[in-house]
Design a protein around this ligand. Structure first.
Ligand code: ADP
Ligand code: MG
Length: 339
């Protein structure tokens, strides 16, 4: 796999270079957060230009995986981009023809918000799936804006689940059991299930690690990025050795990369040195569009599909899908068990 210099202002993606063509080529990533559409002076011209750019990238479809892939997005640090990564990778995949389910496993319900899915306390949610024994069909809802995408929302009820789960039978594997009938959700089955974890290593995250075969760890390109990672990796090893032998860290994604800072490229280099090809070549730039999207109940993939953040998430989704289409998963030390 050809390495990409992370310090490159294109932030590991030829896409961001493409989107900035015709603009200043100075290595100043702040341009990524500017409104790219400023060249187009009318709303119609803006829409047309966006459509042309996006159609070129969304026209084709991503390959379906050999078998359904369950990916847990985990990092016990808050604010590293777990939710943003889960919803945007899921949206990018669904917009390119795959059938994807997002399981919101954080009581804050940020993934539900970002997907525009209602999650007030009366809504059937992941809590009912874990604690009340409801089925996936009872709680999963289609995401209105994006066909092929479903979400199991999280409500505030989930905050109590860490404690309620303790006394329940098979407390670590309740999510795994509940997701077993994912095939019934869509005609032809679900290709990907992405589980958005809370910022902790409690029973909810353990349920996610038992349910999935792969872990995707988003790492924010900042000073404390690697702190706490050892603990996460130890927990993954524990779950692997006791509960889920097929579990492995398949993917690491560098997020909120700011090419103006030397620190970001140092962190990225360190992460690549440690984790090699597990790290996606695509790096997600820090971008205002990405952070604005949830306040409109949207992912950046629909909020501003031509923005660098959206295009990079699309590239990341493409890399993940390409790894799943072949018979080897880069960076995984062992072959997974079949499910
Ligand atoms: N690439 C990005 N550029 C700018 N802001 C981002 C980016 N990724 C995430 N954010 C913002 O950072 C905050 C934390 O991200 P989030 O995905 O919620 O992290 P986590 O789920 O790990 O707590 C959110 O406000 C989100 O909008
Ligand atoms: Mg989150």
């Amino acid at each position: 796999m050809g390495g990409v210099t992370v310090g490159d202002p294109s932030a590991g993606s030829d896409v961001s270079r493409e989107t900035t063509r015709g603009q200043s080529t100075s290595p100043d990533v702040s341009r990524e957060t500017k409104d790219e559409r400023s060249d187009d002076d009318t709303p119609i011209a803006t829409a047309a230009a966006t459509a042309v750019r996006v159609m070129g990238r969304f026209g084709d479809t991503l390959p379906r995986p050999v078998r359904r892939r369950l990916i847990t997005v985990a990092n016990q640090k808050g604010g590293v981009g777990k939710t943003t990564t889960a919803v945007n990778i899921a949206a990018a995949m669904a917009m390119r023809g795959l059938r994807v389910l997002v399981v919101d496993l954080d009581p804050q319900g940020n993934a539900s918000t970002a997907l525009g899915v209602d999650h007030h306390s009366e809504i059937p949610s992941v809590y009912d799936l874990l604690v009340e024994g409801k089925t996936l069909g009872d709680v999963a809802v289609p995401v209105t804006e994006i066909s092929g995408l479903w979400c199991v929302p999280a409500t505030i009820d989930l905050a109590g689940a860490e404690i309620e789960l303790v006394s329940l039978v098979a407390r670590e594997s309740r999510l795994q059991r509940a997701l077993a009938d994912a095939a019934s959700l869509a005609d032809g089955g679900i290709d990907y299930i992405l589980i958005d974890c809370p910022p902790s290593l409690g029973l909810l995250t353990v349920n996610a690690l038992v349910a999935a075969e792969e872990v995707l760890i988003p790492i924010q390109c900042e000073y404390y990025a690697l702190e706490g990672l050892g603990q996460l990796l130890r927990n993954i090893e524990l779950v692997k050795s006791h509960l889920n032998p097929g579990l492995h860290v398949s993917t690491i994604l560098l997020t909120m990369y700011d090419a103006r800072t030397r620190l970001a490229s140092q962190v990225a280099d360190d992460v690549r040195e440690h984790f090699g090809e597990t790290v996606l070549r695509t790096v997600i730039p820090r971008s205002v569009r990405v952070s604005e999207a949830p306040s409109y109940g949207q992912t950046v993939m629909t909020y501003d599909p031509a923005s660098p953040g959206a295009l990079c998430y699309l590239d990341a989704a493409r890399e993940i899908a390409a790894r799943g289409a072949g018979d080897t998963v880069a960076g995984s030390a062992q072959e997974g068990e079949s499910w």
